[in-house]
Design a protein around this ligand. Structure first.
Ligand SMILES: NC(=O)C1=CN([C@@H]2O[C@H](COP(=O)(O)OP(=O)(O)OC[C@H]3O[C@@H](n4cnc5c(N)ncnc54)[C@H](OP(=O)(O)O)[C@@H]3O)[C@@H](O)[C@H]2O)C=CC1
Ligand SMILES: N[C@@H](CCC(=O)OP(=O)(O)O)C(=O)O
Length: 439
């Protein structure tokens, strides 16, 4: 069955959202095979448009550099053929994953001939506002399509040309499939975002990726449910029972492997009883990777040449090769610091003491709480989700990297044969069988 799409091409945002809603309804009816074919076709279209996309990115980068943007913003914005190929490979990886739509989560007999099912279904239309990271558009669109959702995108202003070239290629790909290209739309201005936030009739979920203040701004200005992907003030705690070699390797990876990413660490917490031995070694490793260090007074007693960290440092996401360091006297003090300054993104402990690790993992409130590994693992691809819409920093699920499962909801279906509730009330009521039938 196909729903007729009768709206003419128009340019108001409300009409764009209506078109997206209708196209998404059709998409929600497609089979896994049709959606997977569309993903393969999108991957091919992106490959064919590679030159155009990379040229558009060069222009975006030149433009941004003339406005002297920060190093971290430039790193996000810059797209080379490797990054693009990786994103395209991600689209193909999604084909291999199970369709998140139509999964029967509960299958239960309520009474003879009265059957309850809980079945996953798409959310509808997503409004995703993200930073100036062009390849995020590819990940977000492919996740939206596989999960049966329409998507209205808005990337950071520095990446407008790159996002336009990417969305153009995706739409070209979709035009050769059963999916109406209207399922994907691209907005380019902040004014449109404000309008989008009012379109609760057509948009089912807003996903803002950006600073904490921006996510809060969105939450305060819309009736649409918001799935916040805010900043990452991530910590690494090196416990008194840490293996020093592991701790150094993890610190270097978590700070320098991609310092601009939201899952890189900003603060290193070190237990006082290991600080004398660990700090000089880790400082030398970090400094050889050009990391600028700032420490509290006790850190400066061991590393007198570094700058003193202030209250502002504990609150800052540097997104750069800068690391603040604090010495603590206990696991509890480390957890208290994280609870005060962490952003509920990703936190890690290095220790060989299982009780300390378990306590840390139980008491730290964040989307990811790791033991003896780098915070940089917070990523949909690395979790085996194929890709991610971003990393949700909110308390309610979905939390952490949001992949296909985070983009569906569910419906309860009941099929009966004239059953009425009255039968199950009063003195002569019939009992329920409540028998699970397996999924
Ligand atoms: N948890 C996660 O998955 C992610 C978190 N982040 C976090 O985002 C931050 C870095 O990104 P950054 O580029 O600074 O993010 P910003 O918050 O500045 O911008 C992100 C997006 O929001 C838009 N935006 C920002 N403010 C407004 C506003 N007042 N009204 C309308 N639109 C607005 C921007 O549009 P425009 O460019 O047009 O101004 C852009 O599209 C870091 O804190 C990083 O950790 C980033 C990515 C993923
Ligand atoms: N999961 C991603 C980082 C998430 C993300 O997009 O963050 P950001 O670098 O702040 O735009 C990664 O590990 O590269």
């Amino acid at each position: 069955m196909s729903l007729e799409i009768s709206l003419q091409h128009t340019s108001t945002l409300k009409e764009i959202a209506q078109k997206t809603r209708l196209a998404a309804l059709n998409l929600s009816l497609l089979t896994s095979k049709q959606k997977d074919y569309a993903l393969d076709t999108i991957a091919l279209a992106l490959e064919s448009a590679q030159e155009e996309i990379l040229q558009a990115n060069i222009a975006d980068c030149q433009n941004a550099m003339s406005q002297s943007i920060s190093k971290s913003l430039y790193k996000r914005l810059y797209l080379d053929s490797n990054k693009l190929q990786e994103a395209i490979a991600g689209v193909r990886d999604l084909v291999k994953l199970k369709d998140p739509v139509g999964q029967v989560q509960i299958h239960r007999e309520i009474d003879r001939g009265l059957i309850l099912k809980r079945i996953t279904c798409p959310l509808g239309v997503l409004g995703v506002i993200f930073e100036a990271r062009p390849e995020a558009a590819i990940q977000i669109v492919s996740l939206a399509i596989k999960s049966g959702n329409g998507v209205i995108l808005k990337g950071g202003r520095e990446a407008i040309g790159s996002c336009e070239a990417i969305v153009k290629a995706i739409k070209q790909g979709l035009s050769k499939t059963d999916i109406n290209p209207d399922v994907v739309q691209l907005l380019t201005t902040r004014e449109e975002i404000l309008e989008l936030l009012n379109l609760d009739k057509y948009v089912d979920l807003i996903i803002p990726r950006g600073s904490n203040s921006f996510v809060r701004f969105v939450q305060e200005n819309t009736r649409i449910p918001v799935l916040g992907h805010a900043d990452g003030i991530c910590h690494l705690y090196v416990d008194k029972a840490a293996d020093i070699h592991k701790a150094i390797d993890i610190t270097i990876d978590a700070k320098t492997q991609y310092a601009a990413a939201c899952n890189a660490i900003e603060t290193l917490l070190i237990h006082s009883s290991i600080a004398q031995e660990f700090l000089p070694q880790v400082a030398s490793a970090l400094e050889s990777e050009n990391v600028e260090l700032r420490g509290d007074n006790r850190t400066l007693d061991i590393l007198p040449k570094i700058e003193l960290a202030t209250e502002k440092d504990w609150q800052t996401e540097y997104s750069d090769l800068i690391l603040s360091i604090k010495i603590v006297d206990s696991l509890e003090e480390a957890i208290a610091h994280i609870s005060e300054y962490g952003s509920r993104h990703t936190e890690a402990i290095v220790t060989e003491d299982l009780i300390a690790a378990n306590t840390f993992q139980a008491l730290v409130n964040a989307a990811g709480v790791y033991h003896n590994c780098s915070t940089r693992f917070a990523d949909g691809f690395r979790y085996g989700f194929g890709a991610e819409v971003g990393i949700s920093t909110q308390q309610m699920p979905p939390r952490g990297p949001v992949g296909l499962e985070g983009l569906v909801t569910y419906k309860y279906h009941i099929v009966g044969d004239g059953h009425v509730v009255k039968t199950y009330t009063g003195d002569r009521r019939k009992g329920f069988t409540h028998k699970d039938l397996g999924v």
